[in-house]
Design a protein around this ligand. Structure first.
Ligand SMILES: *Cc1c(COP(=O)(O)O)cnc(C)c1O
Length: 315
């Protein structure tokens, strides 16, 4: 008898991290939805991997495959989940990581818990002023960084590039036939770009930006152009739920998140996931989802100890 076909290896080395894929889906009873005839599902991408949760796994995996073991240089703010996930991947898989961080080095010493964890995972931190950071896609700036750090795979801020968007299309595939609407919190828009592309006909993706500014629609269109050659899938944005902007929270948002945790036993990450869940409850109340429809909330991350110090101080 011939040998059984080898299982698909996936990105080299990555399969040994044993990602939980497809991620689990759980239905929850929530009267804010059921009284409108709407079913709420939680798509638990936060359970994919303890150190590379949610969309961070989906976006990084194809980029690490492309890097093929070369050092990875990427960009983020002082509390970037993407930087932490990249640093953890470097530690677990044994490749070098360089994190280009926005802001003056002196202002960041001592390191906050998030950056301290990046450093503990072996990430080399390279601080740049805001002007340089804004110019981070400029070939001259990139050449300067490569001069310092040697040959690297460059992954953009938030890990969002064409590879990442294609990686997130798998999230849409996993939700085919499962929900009418799939909602995701948006930072750079890479996850939404891929999710929308991966859904089936008749399904729609909702993006909830956690940043102010109204630029996200263009970012998603550009990423879809790069990743899929044009617009892909049916998606829309609701820009009302940023709660003041990136990393901003309010007592009302914390109260909402705490209540959601109490109702459903789901640890609710505050900077992204809480805003998306809050958006869904408001939209359900407004009648945005027809009776009989099913909404999947993509749980892209979970609260962690590094971010807790930060959210505790704004509580
Ligand atoms: C990074 C992140 C997002 C945003 O993903 P984008 O692809 O940048 O839009 C959403 N939720 C969590 C928990 C994240 O860490």
């Amino acid at each position: 008898m011939p040998d059984a076909p080898a299982p698909s290896p996936g990105p080299p080395g990555l399969s040994r991290l044993r990602p939980v894929l497809p991620s689990p889906v759980r239905q929850v009873e929530d009267e804010r939805f059921t009284r409108h005839g709407v079913t709420l599902l939680l798509k638990r991408d936060d359970l994919i991997h303890p150190d590379l949760p949610g969309n961070k796994w989906r976006k990084l995996a194809p980029n690490l495959l492309a890097a093929a073991g070369r050092p990875v240089l990427t960009f983020g703010g002082a509390y970037s989940n993407h930087l932490r996930a990249t640093a953890a991947a470097g530690r677990l898989l044994g490749f070098r990581t360089i994190g280009v961080v926005r802001g003056d080095e002196l202002a960041h010493r001592p390191l906050n818990p998030s950056l301290a964890r990046c450093a503990a995972d072996g990430m080399r931190l390279h601080f740049v002023d805001r002007r340089t950071y804004r110019a981070k896609t400029d070939p001259v700036v990139l050449a300067g960084l490569l001069d310092v750090h040697g040959e690297c795979e460059i992954v953009p801020e938030g890990g969002s590039n064409a590879l990442a968007a294609r990686g997130c299309a798998a999230l849409g595939h996993e939700l085919r036939g499962v929900a009418d609407v799939a909602a995701v919190a948006c930072g750079t828009g890479g996850s939404l770009a891929g999710l929308a592309a991966g859904l089936g006909p008749g399904q729609r993706a909702l993006g909830v930006p956690v940043l102010r500014g109204g630029f996200l629609g263009d970012a998603v269109r550009e990423l879809q152009q790069e990743a899929f050659g044009g617009p892909a899938g049916d998606w829309w944005l609701d820009e009302r739920f940023h709660f003041g902007g990136y990393a901003r929270t309010t007592p009302a948002l914390h109260a909402f998140a705490q209540d959601f945790e109490d109702r459903h036993g789901l640890p609710v990450e505050r900077l992204y996931v809480a805003k998306m869940l809050h958006a869904l409850t408001v939209l359900a109340e407004e009648g945005a989802f027809p009776a009989g429809s099913t909404v999947a909330a993509v749980i892209t991350g979970r609260p962690d100890t590094a971010a807790d110090g930060q959210s505790a101080s704004s509580r």
